[in-house]
Design a protein around this ligand. Structure first.
Ligand SMILES: Cc1ncc(COP(=O)(O)O)c(C=O)c1O
Length: 376
């Protein structure tokens, strides 16, 4: 039997809730299930406002609009991340400044941050890679001292913690993903976490096509109208129903994923040490979200050979981000080979192993056994 890299399946009452949404007759955005997701996430994270969005990409787009990013502004981004982290800000005319990542956690290297800041820097966007926290104390301190906003790209890190505090609660804003590869999913989806209360009302407007419709629905005004920039960033309540079914099972999902992660870490430890393969490093003060398990192979050739070797055995693995500064867009902003050596190296070396909410012990044994027999 093949071992899938990802298998997004219902684990609780998702289908029942979708049925309820359909029967209720409210399947557009901001229906009863969207409100239940908002309440659950606000309470679980202890934050003033969470708004579901159609993707994490859109939550990032909203963040750039909320911060009124404009041409001439600079935004500091780790080089090792998904395109959306940077694209959201470039869409508003900002210039990205890419910072290399730490060789241990693959997170924005905070020791390189200060030299990346300029009087034009408007935002720093740390990404908690694999749901392991960035060094938020230092990042926040630097940002505060310069009056720069922090937007956490927390696509991987829901329910992960840094020094006991939930990821997504540090920046003025944070973006979550509920894409099918994430711990909790509704196919395509996301959320904007708003920690700065002053941004809540405008976030509602931007999400509702630039109108004050949310105030109208709350009975605060008797007509709604176009008041600002915006677009349509609210997901259907059918998707929110599915997502609510997933979020309700958060303890079960996270326990399962913790087991999967620990099984890989224990099962591959000796083989990795013998072959100079780096397994994920999670600092003591970080409680990870158990989003993924990756390995850093000694070089690109071995990484590619391992992916092919596992595929021949019906085991599906993937690599991750390419260095942003070397993409066509990155080069157009001045990116050159050698600018971010750690990203350039780990991008060649990284392989992600099968990891999902219904991965079985037998499947994991198959993966670990196959890797342990990979000779080089
Ligand atoms: C770090 C990071 N940010 C943002 C995204 C975009 O998420 P979405 O597909 O929900 O737009 C991804 C996608 O996986 C990601 O890895």
């Amino acid at each position: 039997m093949p071992v899938d890299f990802n298998r997004p399946v219902p684990v609780g009452r998702e289908l029942e809730y979708i049925g309820q949404a359909l029967e209720s007759g409210h399947i557009s955005g901001d229906g009863p299930f969207t409100k239940r997701c908002h309440a659950l996430l606000q309470q679980a994270l202890g934050v003033p406002q969470v708004l579901l969005t159609t993707s994490c990409t859109h939550a990032l787009d909203m963040s750039a609009m909320l911060l009124q990013i404009q041409p001439g502004d600079e935004v500091v981004i780790p080089d090792f991340t998904f395109v959306s982290t940077v694209n959201a800000f470039v869409l508003r005319g900002a210039k990205p400044v890419f910072v290399d990542v730490r060789p241990d956690t693959l997170n924005l290297d905070e020791s390189r941050l200060e030299s990346a800041l300029s009087p034009r820097t408007r935002a720093i966007v740390p990404v908690h890679y694999a749901g392991v926290a960035c060094e938020m104390d230092l990042i926040l301190e630097l940002a505060k001292s310069r009056g720069i906003a922090v937007v956490e790209d927390n696509a991987h890190g829901l329910f992960g913690k840094y020094n006991g505090r939930y990821l997504g609660t540090f920046g003025a804003l944070a973006a979550q993903s509920f894409h099918e590869t994430k711990n909790f999913s509704c196919g395509e989806g996301g959320a904007l976490v708003i920690n700065d209360g002053a941004l809540i009302e405008r976030a509602e407007i931007i999400r509702e096509k630039g109108t004050n419709r949310s105030r109208f629905f709350r009975g605060q005004i008797d007509k709604y109208t176009w008041v600002d920039l915006g677009s349509s960033y609210l997901p259907s309540d059918i998707l929110a129903a599915y997502l609510y079914g997933q979020l309700e099972q958060r303890e079960r999902i996270q326990n399962h994923r913790r087991n999967v992660w620990n099984t890989y870490a224990i099962g591959l430890k000796d083989w990795a040490a013998r072959h100079d393969v780096q397994l994920p490093i999670v600092p003591e003060h970080c409680e990870q979200s158990y989003h993924m398990f990756y390995m850093l192979m000694p070089n690109l050739d071995l990484r590619q050979r391992l992916i092919g070797y596992l595929r021949d055995r019906g085991i599906y693995t993937v690599f991750h981000y390419l260095p942003l500064h070397l993409s066509d867009m990155g080069r157009s902003f001045g990116g050159r080979p050698g600018d971010c050596p750690v990203t350039e190296r780990v991008s060649d070396q990284l392989i992600r192993l099968p990891f999902h909410n219904v991965l079985t012990g037998d499947e994991q044994e198959q993966v670990i056994e196959a890797i342990s027999e990979f000779a080089f």
